[in-house]
Ligand binder design. Sequence first.
Ligand code: 2DT
Ligand code: MG
Length: 242
Amino acid sequence: MASSKKRGAFIVLEGIDRSGKSTQSKKLHEHLTAQKIANQLIRYPDRTTITDCKQNKKLGKLLNEYLQCKQEVDDRAIHLIFSANRHEAKQQLLSWLEEGYTVICDRYSYSGTVYTYSKNVIKRDKMEKEGDKSIKSQKALDWEWCKHVDQGLIQPDVVIYLNVKDLATVKNRGEFGNERYENEAMLKQVLKSYQTFLAEDADKKIWSIVDANQAVEDVHKQIVSITLATIESVASKPVQYL
Ligand code: 2DT
Ligand code: MG
């Protein structure tokens, strides 16, 4: 007989760098915890998974070194590794949801597609501008391929997209760090690619757009309300897959 236990909701936060994802994920976690709503806060990439060999999770360290520009990895290979970093944790995520934990996740497969694809657009534009002939022998990294490797992962019950309308807003939020992808050309292209995802996924109705230009507390209130409604509405529904 099916269990009558209510499952938790899978809440993903997405958006460009400095749109407020990490701040808001943490605030949501603190809020739910204060309200005694069982929850887990996770993020992708999970850079910690070298120490967790018992659970066969070990890709995070490589991703961290790649992002810190300490390692160069082929574009397709690293995309697969970002994706595998989610696949290796799928069983744990499923167990949490089934046990009734709501899981808050700072970036997920949407970041995977959007960042790899954007990196490739920029690379090819540069090669074209410089008249680099080798561009012809390189097949462009295709959007569908980027998405495809995440098939079979758990689908979020809601993707809260922190929408930054103009880049001027995030520029005021401090300097870039030194990691790979932390530059203006990438930020612009990533913003465009998120719009593509939103348009494509419109029929899935899992995206919830929040204006990230608002004050932190206003964004937080909206996210809490979306989260509580989602927890309520999915409690008796089965988990879905990408
Ligand atoms: P943070 O700054 O949020 O730690 O992100 N990224 C992320 C990818 O390229 N592929 C992925 O699958 C994911 C989840 C986005 C670090 C950078 O990693 C990028 C920014
Ligand atoms: Mg970053």
